[in-house]
Ligand binder design. Structure first.
Ligand SMILES: Cc1cc2nc3c(=O)[nH]c(=O)nc-3n(C[C@H](O)[C@H](O)[C@H](O)COP(=O)(O)OP(=O)(O)OC[C@H]3O[C@@H](n4cnc5c(N)ncnc54)[C@H](O)[C@@H]3O)c2cc1C
Length: 511
């Protein structure tokens, strides 16, 4: 690795973000938090300069750093966050503040491209269960695996099981409106979170009230679900929980065509049958994941179901699902594909393997109503494969609704002569998102926009984006919260990245 002074960042700090009176700011933060919870150590700055976005990861593998915060803090109480935000907001010039969970985001959401204060939420780790209401009040720094294990130990199920369960927090789930593997039964974050506490960029603490339902004007707290750290720091959420399921069972089927499998699942969900897990793998992914597991999968698409709940309900849901699958040309398989799915569901070896060899690789999850689902799949695969240098585009459908479906595409490629890694990467992304938006789909289903996708915010929201920007201005007049994400367009974010010819700018503030 290069020497400290020579380390290079890939995102220039905005000159306004350089903290001239750094020593004064540090001593103020130490006064608020105590000396041990404030760091400007070199190693911490490097560690908090990236998330799990393929680009920030690749830069790190290349010995570069994508960005770095000026200061890292570990608050323990909500009022401390309030004081930090009040101070950062009133400082001249205002100081950027970035909330941080565990950095498992895959779109650059936590990458501190403007420097500033990184607020690690790990100490917000309390969990309180109300068994009568079937709710849990949870600090947003709680790790997903810790949370689910705690629920199991107490006889409950939270049911939010993202593939990144071991390495992500509740705050990150709220910020990206995440979706777990079992979301068919337990819902996505917007279904799970019933109320929350948030510290606004100006330092006010706002807590929404928990109730089963109400008709008391607009639901204000919803604006913070999916706000990606740009509107405030969420400190606590009250969530719906469930009894630990009496029974869990799985089934799998192979189908001759994607449309057949979509029809079977659409009819099942529209009949209000809710398997916890549903996955359709296209033919290439069926070969990749199940080729050696299930002989019947040859030239077919594999579909996996997992059901959870009371024993009688699980049996009934399985029966109706099976009827729909058989009706639409599905053929029942052995238990092996479901077992295999359980064994490999947290395996992300592929993405770790490819990066070091310079192979461009990523995943793109989008959503689309049923009536365009098959078309969308075809369009996105074709759009990606038409990019010079792209070698592979495959997909599976991973989340379902009575109204539509989420497709999760995987692409890879090798840059051609005169094409660099980033160029090919961005062209593949553009192709996937273009294919989706042209068909009327949403640019992201659950990973969020972050740095990578912020360039599609205007196109995605249309007129609504103006309203969103007004809300941002009102809540965060000095744009201190996670600047460069969600609300930036051409001047910042990933477009800024694509416009650069060099990836090795020197840091202006110095490390
Ligand atoms: C291998 C792998 C598998 C994945 N599988 C899934 C999956 O199945 N489903 C899914 O939805 N996602 C998945 N993800 C993406 C990622 O795990 C989620 O986006 C997760 O929600 C991020 O959580 P985090 O705590 O790591 O957040 P971070 O990466 O630390 O931050 C993400 C964003 O949230 C903001 N933020 C964090 N905490 C707060 C807070 N308290 N208040 C306000 N803003 C905050 C940050 O500023 C940033 O913008 C996967 C990622 C990986 C690497």
């Amino acid at each position: 690795m290069e020497e400290k002074g020579d380390l290079k960042v890939n995102f220039d700090h905005d000159p306004h973000a350089v903290i001239q009176d750094l020593d004064i700011v540090i001593s103020k933060l130490k006064k608020i938090l105590g000396n041990q919870w404030v760091s400007t150590d070199y190693i911490d700055k490097v560690a908090y300069g990236k998330d799990y976005w393929l680009i920030s990861n690749q830069m790190t593998l290349d010995g570069k750093i994508p960005a770095y915060p000026d200061i890292i803090v570990w608050p323990q109480k909500t009022h401390q966050i309030a004081e930090i935000l009040k101070y950062a907001n009133s400082h001249k010039p205002p100081i950027p503040v970035i909330p941080y969970g565990e950095g498992s985001g895959v779109v650059g959401g936590a990458v501190p491209i403007k420097g500033g204060i990184m607020v690690d939420m790990k100490h917000f780790d309390q969990i309180t269960i109300n068994a009568e209401n079937m709710t849990a009040t949870i600090g947003t720094g709680v790790n997903g695996k810790v949370l689910e294990r705690y629920m199991h130990e107490h006889g409950f199920r939270m049911g939010h099981i993202p593939q990144s369960l071991h390495a992500s927090t509740v705050g990150g789930y709220v910020a990206h409106r995440a979706a777990g593997q079992f979301s068919g039964k337990y819902g996505k974050m917007e279904d799970i979170v019933k109320s929350l506490e948030v510290v606004l960029p100006t330092g006010e603490i706002v807590k929404s009230k928990f109730y089963p339902r109400a008709s008391v004007g607009p639901i204000v707290d919803r604006i913070f679900l999916g706000s990606e750290g740009t509107l405030g720091i969420v400190t606590e959420v009250t969530c719906r929980i469930w009894p630990f399921p009496e029974k869990q069972a799985g089934s799998s089927f192979v189908f001759p065509t994607l449309q057949d499998s979509l029809n079977a699942i659409r009819e099942t969900l529209q009949a209000n049958i809710n398997p916890a897990v549903v996955r359709i793998y296209d033919k290439p992914e069926t070969v990749r994941h199940f080729g050696s597991t299930e002989k019947k999968s040859k030239d077919k698409l594999m579909v996996i179901f997992v059901f959870e709940g009371s024993s009688r309900l699980v049996d009934l849901e399985m029966t109706i699902t099976e009827e729909n699958c058989l009706k639409h040309n599905g053929e029942a398989c052995s238990s092996r594909p479901v077992d295999h799915w359980f064994e490999t569901r947290f395996n992300v070896k592929e993405s770790s393997d490819f990066g070091p060899y310079g192979l461009v690789f990523d995943t793109v999850e989008v959503s689309i109503p049923w009536d365009k689902a098959n078309e969308l799949y075809e369009a996105v695969v074709q759009e990606i494969l038409a990019v010079p240098g792209a070698l592979m585009a495959t997909g599976h459908a991973s989340h379902f609704y009575p109204t539509g479906v989420c497709f999760y595409f995987t692409f890879s490629g090798v840059p051609k002569k005169n094409q660099d890694y980033l160029e090919l990467y961005n062209q593949c992304w553009d192709a996937a998102v273009r294919g989706t938006l042209l068909k009327g789909g949403a640019a992201s289903h659950h990973h969020g926009m972050g740095l990578n996708r912020t360039r599609w915010m205007q196109l995605e929201h249309g007129e609504e984006f103006k309203l969103l920007k007004r809300i941002k201005k009102l809540l965060d007049p000095n744009n201190i919260m996670n600047p460069g994400k969600l609300f930036s367009q051409r001047e910042e974010g990933s477009v800024y990245l694509t416009q650069r010819s060099s990836l090795d700018a020197k840091p202006k503030g110095g490390l």
